[in-house]
Ligand binder design. Structure first.
Ligand code: 3PG
Length: 391
């Protein structure tokens, strides 16, 4: 127990973490509390302190010979909590906010870099199945090395864990490859505009497949999301049906991934970072045979030579960058998901799309018509309204 006492004999609540509605300075008798060290007693008379100027700090000071009372008093103006727990809540809250802020900023920055290198690679080497496989392979390798060198703690998993992870990995694989196919056909900004429609898929799947119902404002928020995406799609200068469908399939797959992930991560014993590492490895195993079937080593070898002849030896660094940044941004996003609610996560994801759309339009000089930009803005605004309506 600790409290601050000013020279006027008032207890200052300045640093006591009481309800903010409580006045800062209150008459001492109402708030004077004492910890009884020996014996189960209560104070009969209010504790009166005429002057505490010389007290400084009192520890286990006996005010009445019958009772031993532990009281810590300080000058109000220079009040410093003697009990470290007093300041712990606001400090840890501030630290948590700062930590999440850093996670979000890192996640968006890594995602922007990934999208830029991914598109550069796909422009020179239009093999999205191999590109997707490489991002998973490099991520898996990074994590295996981290475990081997004990940079990261090796997760303790069992068969049950991998069984639960399987549907998540199937959905992650489909969502990842579909988004990469989309980006190989259309502008990065267009893929992300369509991907900002993910909440609409989430509501529709939850409503019609899981029987969940939502408040009316949530359904209404789907109007700007769907309307904005539709407007952006019909006014897209370089529209491509495969690119559009890839982004739509990715939305649907990621809704299932999030539903299964939520179930799989509940009560889990592995951290967000390791959960994503295991997800990457399982997705790699699932995707590799399909990538070989869809494209195959012969096409890859010819395409690689072509890309290197166009870009030069630096091409390999572009591939490395897109793979490493893919893993890092996903890892950070799962680490964030570990700390925040799915709702805060989805708001963060929408903000991420804005940064990707804007930066990719600038970097790739994507031609944008005003009406197309309006569609994108309406869709993104709709996802914000959705986030608020879901609260
Ligand atoms: C991918 O390749 O998996 C997608 O680019 C992922 O997109 P998202 O994480 O922004 O939904």
């Amino acid at each position: 127990m600790a409290f601050s006492i000013s020279q006027s004999g008032l207890v200052s609540t300045k640093r006591l973490n009481l309800c903010p509605a409580v006045p800062r300075v209150l008459p001492l008798p109402q708030f004077a509390k004492a910890k009884v060290v020996n014996g189960d007693v209560s104070i009969k008379r209010p504790l009166r302190v005429s002057s505490v100027a010389k007290f400084g700090s009192l520890e286990s000071r006996t005010l009445n010979p019958k009772f031993k009372i532990s009281c810590r008093a300080q000058e109000g103006d220079q009040a410093r909590p003697l009990d470290p727990e007093i300041d712990q809540v606001p400090k840890s809250e501030a630290a948590q906010k700062l930590k999440i802020g850093i996670y979000f900023a890192t996640w968006w920055a890594l995602n922007v870099v990934f999208n830029i290198y991914n598109k550069k690679v796909l422009n020179a080497f239009p093999y999205p199945w191999l590109t997707s496989t490489l991002s998973l392979a490099v991520g898996s390798l990074i994590m295996l090395l981290s475990w081997a060198t004990r940079i990261a703690e090796t997760p303790k998993t069992d068969l049950e864990f991998w069984k639960n992870l399987f549907p998540v990995a199937v959905a992650h694989t489909i969502g990842h490859v579909a988004a990469t196919v989309s980006m190989s056909k259309v502008a990065v900004s267009f893929t992300h505009i369509i991907k900002s429609g993910e909440p609409a898929f989430s509501v529709l799947v939850s409503r019609f497949l899981l029987g969940e119902s939502f408040p009316v404002p949530v359904y209404l928020s789907l109007i700007p999301i769907i309307g904005g995406c539709a407007l952006a799609a019909v006014t897209e200068l370089n529209f491509n049906m495969i690119g559009f469908m890839g982004a739509m399939i990715s939305n649907l797959a990621f809704v299932f991934r999030n539903i299964f992930s939520k179930r799989g991560m509940t009560g889990k014993s592995v951290s967000g970072m390791n959960y994503y590492a295991c997800l990457s490895m399982l997705s790699l195993v699932i995707l590799t045979p399909f990538a070989i079937a869809m494209e195959g080593p012969q096409m890859w070898a010819a395409g690689w030579q072509e890309a290197v002849s166009q870009i030069g030896p630096n091409f390999v660094w572009w591939v490395a960058a897109q793979s490493i940044f893919y893993h890092l941004y996903n890892q950070v996003s799962y680490m964030s998901l570990d700390q925040i609610s799915p709702l805060t996560f989805s708001i963060g994801n929408t903000m991420k799309r804005i940064s990707v759309i804007v930066s990719s339009i600038i970097i790739f000089r994507t031609p944008v018509q005003p009406v197309n930009a309006l569609g994108a803005a309406i869709a993104v605004l709709g996802t914000f309204i959705y986030s608020q309506a879901k609260q």
